[in-house]
Design a protein. Structure first.
Length: 453
């Protein structure tokens, strides 16, 4: 016997086409009551959840799928008397089909699901992604579905949901959330609410299982599940990867051969070959620098991890930062968004102020070591004198009128400039006079106090 709490969620977008058969209760499109959420706790010899997608455009689809649901309900009753060992024969006899299937007894969790969904295990404060297994001979086959199988323990939380939903959150934050809230139904409800704040369509159908208690089957009907030659004892055990090492998926085709090891009731972390791992990505691209678990845990510096990143990963990291900033205050969406946009506006103002200050500085001060040609016009005529200056500082005249002389100390008048005109200071003050250059290239002297000295 196994006592399990099963929580199911079907979003509005999937409600018309998806139906869950949870033990002997229907939920979704073909059910009498089209509810979005369902929670059930009970003791069963076998817990069963079946999912069927109905193509309403296909003739007779609704009638055929309702017939399949009745067959699955009959199969569920048969499993309560015969256990999981009778499932292969029942599936073959009744020609059962499904788009999704989960079977649980006191020892084993078996799941058939499409590759667009992932299987996640929360155990002892850690979160794992479970990997599919090769389909063994004699196991029931469902077209297009991956097969998962692993031993269960009391206290386990098992999730079936879309990988892109998991990618919305930081792995460490997910683990902390599960540890703090305990009840998997409460955790998933909170995560779904947060996901809806990021955008519509991000919440897909999901299932959550909390294993409360397991009790070894003491039946003596000869169909006990302890036999390794019978279903599900003949299924290999799934490998798992810690979620903090990445939302990693190992396809069955590329999975390494099953290692020879002593059978155990525990889940073992198996290190896959480097060429077998690919990180799931929304745009279908996979970084070439993917690492195995062992490589990630020994001597990997931050610079090494940076070198293996591609541009798509930087985009995902940036998107994750924005999502966390948009959720500064969990449960208070409006307040979080107001604070986020206020911070964004403040950042833009700081950037604009910095840019204006930089432009003003460049206009006021331009370093140069090149010689400057000075044109001097004495009474006897014009001559060209070449001088070298250490610097040029642009200055905007801020007095109504500024007199420019040929020589320091006054004397012959060179000209005048008005407020708003530009001049260039070519020297430090000497005896109270500064050498300057006009916009037309002429050189003269002005009183230092009139140009900021």
């Amino acid at each position: 016997m196994i006592r399990t709490t099963i929580t199911a969620h079907i979003p509005s977008a999937s409600l018309k086409e998806l139906t869950f058969q949870i033990n002997d209760r229907s939920l979704g499109g073909l059910a009498l009551q089209r509810q979005h959420n369902y929670v059930m706790t009970g003791n069963r010899r076998v817990q069963m959840v079946t999912g069927i997608m109905t193509d309403r455009k296909r003739p007779n689809a609704i009638a055929e799928d309702k017939h399949q649901l009745r067959l699955w309900e009959s199969c569920f009753r048969e499993l309560q008397t015969g256990g999981l060992a009778v499932f292969p024969s029942a599936a073959e006899r009744e020609h059962l089909r499904a788009d999704f299937l989960i079977l649980i007894d006191e020892a084993r969790f078996v799941c058939y699901t499409a590759p667009r969904f992932g299987l996640y295990l929360n155990r002892a404060g850690r979160l794992f992604r479970v990997q599919p297994i090769d389909m063994p001979a004699g196991a029931p086959r469902f077209f297009g579905l991956d097969l998962y199988s692993f031993d269960i323990e009391a206290g386990d939380n098992v999730l079936v949901l879309a990988p892109e939903f998991v990618d919305l959150f930081d792995a460490g934050e997910l683990i902390e959330t599960f540890s703090a809230l305990r009840q998997v139904s409460t955790v998933m409800a909170k995560l779904s609410d947060l996901a809806e704040t990021y955008g519509e369509g991000l919440v897909k159908p999901w299932l959550a299982f909390h294993i409360q208690r397991t009790q070894e089957d003491q039946s003596t009907d000869g169909l006990g599940l302890k036999s390794k030659r019978q279903f599900p004892g003949n299924l290999p055990k799934s490998k798992v990867v810690r979620l903090e090492n990445g939302n990693i998926f190992i396809p069955v085709k590329a999975a390494p051969p099953e290692p020879k090891q002593k059978p155990s009731d525990k889940i073992h972390l198996v290190e896959p070959e480097p060429t077998q791992i690919r990180l799931e990505s929304k745009n279908g691209s996979y970084p070439s620098g993917s690492r195995t678990l062992a490589e990630s845990e020994r001597g990997t510096t931050r610079l090494d991890r940076l070198k293996t990143k591609d541009m798509a990963s930087f985009g995902r990291d940036g998107g994750g930062l924005v999502k966390r900033l948009m959720n500064l205050f969990p449960g208070q969406v409006l307040l979080s968004r107001i604070v986020f946009f206020a911070l964004l506006l403040l950042l833009l103002l700081l950037v604009a102020a910095g840019g204006r200050a930089l432009i003003a500085r460049n206009r006021r001060q331009t370093a140069t070591t090149a010689p400057t040609v000075l044109v001097v016009t004495p009474e006897s005529g014009e001559s060209v004198v070449t001088l070298s200056t250490d610097y040029e500082i642009e200055w905007e005249v801020d007095v109504n009128s500024l007199t420019v002389y040929h020589e320091g100390g006054g004397g012959r008048l060179l000209g005048t400039v008005k407020r708003g005109d530009l001049i260039w200071k070519l020297s430090e003050p000497v005896d109270g006079w500064v050498l300057i250059r006009l916009e037309d290239g002429r050189i003269g002297y002005v009183y230092a106090a009139m140009v900021g000295h």
